[in-house]
Design a protein around this ligand. Structure first.
Ligand SMILES: Nc1ncnc2c1ncn2[C@@H]1O[C@H](COP(=O)(O)OP(=O)(O)OP(=O)(O)O)[C@@H](O)[C@H]1O
Ligand SMILES: [Mg+2]
Length: 172
């Protein structure tokens, strides 16, 4: 008889996670606002998902939650955009980068390990060189107007943010 070994869960992965379904760009922005309100200096939010899933839309909300008046346009030609509100927001977009070395050469450490809030679009391109402690936000396209947001914390601080977001409701 063959014994099937159970797979040990990796100790680095926090099992706690949260899924929220947004039904409109406005709801996605509202989630972003809540995340921006909860953000503390040095926070890292890593956004993944395909083209046009709503990463920039969520970032706009995060900017508003940090009392940034300016609209967080998709930084199409710049990789890092600095915006200033209650805290600095470093909006990083790795879309144009294809190799991990290119990301390392950018010298993002001052942003990633500074006192601002970093939001990284296309974080899947650089997960191995981005801070190990972060809130991962995986966005999936469900329909024209619906998106799923899977929030996965790594590290105690992000578990606390997740706990606060568990009471979040899209209705204001
Ligand atoms: N529930 C929703 N949440 C967010 N965006 C939505 C939603 N429903 C429809 N949309 C639309 O999806 C698009 C999202 O665009 P956005 O620029 O935020 O995506 P992105 O993930 O940043 O794309 P890219 O990969 O090009 O950077 C917008 O046109 C927005 O109106
Ligand atoms: Mg974008």
């Amino acid at each position: 008889m063959k014994l099937i070994q159970p797979l040990n869960p990796s100790p680095q992965i926090d099992v706690d996670s949260l899924e929220l379904i947004s039904h409109s760009p406005e709801q996605t922005q509202r989630l972003g606002v809540r995340i921006g309100e909860l953000a503390l200096p040095g926070d890292i939010f890593l956004l993944t998902g395909g083209l046009g899933t709503g990463k920039t839309c969520l970032t706009q909300g995060i900017a508003w939650g940090l009392n940034i008046e300016e609209y967080a346009f998709s930084p199409s030609f710049v990789i890092v955009r600095e915006l200033y509100g209650r805290l600095p927001l470093y909006h990083i977009d790795l879309y144009r980068l294809d190799h991990i070395e290119e990301i390392e050469e950018l010298g993002l450490d001052d942003y990633l390990y500074g006192n601002g809030v970093c939001v990284v679009e296309w974080a899947e391109k650089g997960l191995s060189v981005l801070p190990r402690e972060h809130l991962l936000i995986q966005i999936s396209y469900l329909s024209d107007t619906e998106r799923s947001f899977q929030l996965k914390p790594s590290g105690k601080h992000y578990l606390e943010i997740l706990a606060q977001l568990k009471t979040f409701s899209f209705k204001s």
